[in-house]
Design a protein around this ligand. Structure first.
Ligand code: CMX
Length: 511
């Protein structure tokens, strides 16, 4: 009734004879409005994109942080990722050229003996486009915090966790994709996900007892046989086009990893039968499905898990390794296999395995996860006095609780608040930091990403902790891959820092 009433106020626009003509008028009016809105939007995004190009050309970006802010507010315009990237490449190349030409001698800090002997902590030495880690605030993906990503990136359903495909689009382009773009990327990844039989055979050549990360690296090395970059290089491709076959390799690698990773899980822990890709599922859900998990809550956790483990700026061991190994033009498969070997170290990605093992050892010691603060304190002190680290705590850059821990905790509070292992993890978070602080040497006593993931996976039935780092590895491809493409697009050179002998260092210090 109220609709008719509204129309009656506009007799010159709508001639109302009966309800059916009113309906068809309304339909026409709605269609016209949608068309007008779409045209206005298109014009807006085109002008935003053109303005962005203009800004970089005329050098109006007053400082770098402004340019980062500017990029994150853009929305994506192209329907496919490749076209979006192709448009951006010349713009970024121009920015790098300008930096080198006009600011090549700007000093970014000084190098101290502590840095040289201390694993290069705090030494600015790399460009990484996808993300940056602030010591207090944690990760920002192209300037967006995890809660912002959860709010702004498309999910599998309204209000759902960010889809890994959306994170990939964001990390590669700095632009926020819409749902249609993310769906088309999901489809593209599915279409690239065919695994050559020899990759399975290469894994089968290893004993089943081999650690899942050893099997995973072997699988990735077998996929390398199909490298487009290697073929193009052998064919004499011009260096200005290196990024194109790198894009192909990276997308193929990202697309194929879940199936290879799932095969390893099925082979090692289940009946060895392959579960095929489901063409109706997104990347994260498909990985869970191929592992053998179809609970919608687990699928949603996998989307969150992959998104938050994707990238953590460039200096961490796995990301830096990929960048270093790719720098002499090793293709993305070679670079990523190397990255996985770094990830497999217990102070880096393998910590997620170690956390659950440690939690299980606590439960085994007391016969229950429901233990007192005093019992837990004793156990932590026992771990430390036996010369081991408390896994899941501390970080090379972070100085506060890792927001990747916090968002997993929020997921657990929503879905499994009464799980005894979750409650134990919550208790550990209260007890560990003051103990580590008291040691006087630990720079960050707070939990990192690995402190939480295991109990969630365990709750959903993925109980085999030795597999956990493979999940981390699949996720990391989404952060490392885009940077490998940009490394080639921006002509990043062979990495070759200078080392000193111990004697030389002593001489330099004596001066
Ligand atoms: N338990 C016990 N001791 C710890 C500790 C922890 N969780 N974190 C740091 N320390 C110790 C270090 O071993 C070091 O001791 P020494 O001087 O005797 O060698 C001292 O505190 C200073 O270390 P730091 O400067 O605070 O930390 P680093 O940057 O050197 O190392 C990290 C960072 C992550 C390797 C370290 O905190 C650690 O070993 N944590 C446990 C393992 C872990 O959770 N790793 C996962 C990190 C996240 C990831 O990459 O996935």
């Amino acid at each position: 009734m109220s609709l008719i009433h509204t129309y009656q106020f506009n007799p010159q626009l709508f001639w109302i004879r009966d309800l059916s003509s009113l309906f068809s008028d309304f339909l026409r009016y709605a269609l016209l409005s949608v068309l007008v809105v779409a045209l206005v939007q298109m014009a807006f995004f085109r002008s935003v994109s053109a303005l962005s190009r203009l800004r970089s050309r005329v050098g109006q970006q007053s400082n770098l942080s402004n340019s980062v802010r500017w990029l994150q507010t853009q929305t994506s315009t192209h329907t496919d990722l490749y076209s979006e990237l192709k448009e951006l490449v010349p713009e970024y190349q121009e920015r790098v050229k300008k930096l080198k030409k006009e600011h090549g001698s700007v000093e970014l800090g000084k190098i101290t003996v502590d840095m040289v002997l201390g694993g290069m902590r705090g030494m600015t030495a790399l460009v990484w486009l996808g993300s940056a880690v602030d010591p207090d605030e944690g990760i920002r993906f192209r300037g967006m915090s995890i809660p912002e990503c959860q709010k702004k990136l498309p999910g599998a359903f309204p209000g759902g966790e960010p889809l890994p495909e959306a994170v990939l689009w964001l990390l590669l382009t700095g632009k926020i994709p819409n749902k249609a773009q993310v769906d088309s990327l999901a489809q593209e990844l599915r279409s690239r996900a065919t695994i050559p039989d020899y990759a399975y055979k290469a894994i089968d050549a290893l004993p089943v007892s081999a650690h899942p990360m050893t099997q995973f690296t072997t699988g990735v090395m077998a996929l390398q046989v199909q490298s487009e970059f290697q073929k193009a290089y052998e064919g004499g491709i011009h260096k200005s086009r290196y990024w194109e076959p790198t894009y192909e390799d990276t997308m193929n690698l990202i697309a194929r990893l879940p199936a290879v990773a799932a095969y390893i899980y099925r082979r090692k822990y289940k009946d060895g039968k392959i579960i095929s890709l489901d063409h109706s599922l997104d990347y994260g859900a498909n990985y869970a499905h191929m592992l053998g998990f179809d609970d919608p809550e687990m699928l949603e956790f996998m989307r969150l898990y992959i998104s938050i483990h994707s990238d953590h700026e460039g200096g961490n061991v796995s990301s830096h390794t990929a960048h270093l190994v790719a720098s002499p033009l090793s293709d993305p498969y070679l670079a990523f296999a190397a990255a996985l070997n770094g990830l497999a170290g217990p102070l880096h990605g393998l910590a997620n395995q170690e956390v659950l093992r440690w939690i299980r050892s606590i439960v085994a010691e007391f016969g229950t996860p429901n233990i007192s603060t005093e019992q837990l304190t004793d156990y932590i002190n026992k771990t430390l006095s036996s010369g081991q680290v408390v896994p899941g705590y501390g970080h090379g850059v972070l100085r506060q609780t890792d927001p990747r821990y916090t968002c997993q905790r929020e997921f657990a509070l929503k879905h499994l608040p009464n799980d005894p292992y979750f409650q134990l993890v919550s208790k550990i978070k209260e007890v560990v930091p003051p103990i580590l602080t008291k040691l006087g040497k630990v720079k960050n006593p707070w939990p990192n990403v690995d402190a939480h993931s295991g109990v969630l996976l365990n709750y959903y039935g993925l109980t085999e902790e030795n597999y956990y780092t493979v999940l981390f590895g699949v996720s990391r491809s989404i952060g490392v891959g885009p940077q490998l493409i940009w490394d080639r697009a921006l002509g990043m050179p062979l990495e070759r820092p200078k080392s000193v002998t111990l004697e030389k260092l002593e001489q330099l210090c004596a001066k």
